[in-house]
Design a binder for this molecule. Structure first.
Ligand code: GAR
Length: 192
């Protein structure tokens, strides 16, 4: 089976990117990370990618703050194409994707979200779960469409909420499950 080239977009510390890289190194995923792109200068995900010798780029999303559109979208697309990316994985990328990128990679863009979608879309989903008094939450890997945290679900993992959970403790347990879920979900797509 042909090795897939994954492009990873992220805005944060990059722990999900690292879990994908680890699965590849461990021979659990027949893939290579072609490049990592962040819209946040100096983001942890870029440092971690560089440490792993993965091409890493900061590309500003300006003038937009919450979406990837216009010239910025074209700059992202150009770098993904230059690196032969076939599958795009959003790993803590905090912008909404628009038509240009979605049309360039139909059914080939996936995202991880820290809740059991459709519950708690949007920002700080673990805080939303706590505020709501939810007893279970978790994470979802799903295909990306034009909505916010919508799109067909690929895989979910459940996390129980403890009475004494804080936002930090709950997010940490969700992240443990994310690090299992993302490589597993990618495996199901890459096998097809
Ligand atoms: C992850 O928990 C991911 O689910 C979340 O950002 C975190 C990134 O962590 N994404 C969203 O909330 C997207 N709506 P990481 O940089 O350590 O992978």
């Amino acid at each position: 089976m042909e090795q897939q080239i994954i492009g990873i977009l992220g805005s944060g510390k990059g722990s999900n990117m690292a879990s994908i890289a680890e699965a590849i190194d461990g021979g659990r995923l027949n893939a290579r990370i072609g490049c990592v792109i962040s819209d946040v200068e100096g983001a942890g995900i870029l440092d971690r990618a560089e440490q792993l010798n993965i091409p890493a780029f900061f590309i500003s999303g300006d003038p937009y703050r919450t979406k990837l559109d216009g010239d910025a979208e074209q700059r992202y697309l150009a770098v993904l194409r230059e690196h032969g990316v076939q599958l795009v994985a959003l790993a803590g990328f905090m912008r909404i994707l628009k038509k240009g990128l979605l049309d360039a990679y139909p059914d080939r863009i996936i995202n991880i979200h820290p809740s059991l979608l459709p519950a708690f879309p949007g920002l700080a989903a673990w805080e939303q779960a706590l505020d709501d008094g939810a007893k279970v939450t978790g994470c979802t890997v799903h295909f990306v469409d034009t909505g916010t945290d919508t799109g067909r679900v690929i895989l979910q993992k459940v996390v129980h909420v403890a009475d004494d959970d804080t936002p930090g403790s709950l997010h940490a347990r969700i992240q443990e499950q994310e690090h299992l879920a993302y490589p597993e979900a990618l495996g199901t797509i890459i096998q097809k």
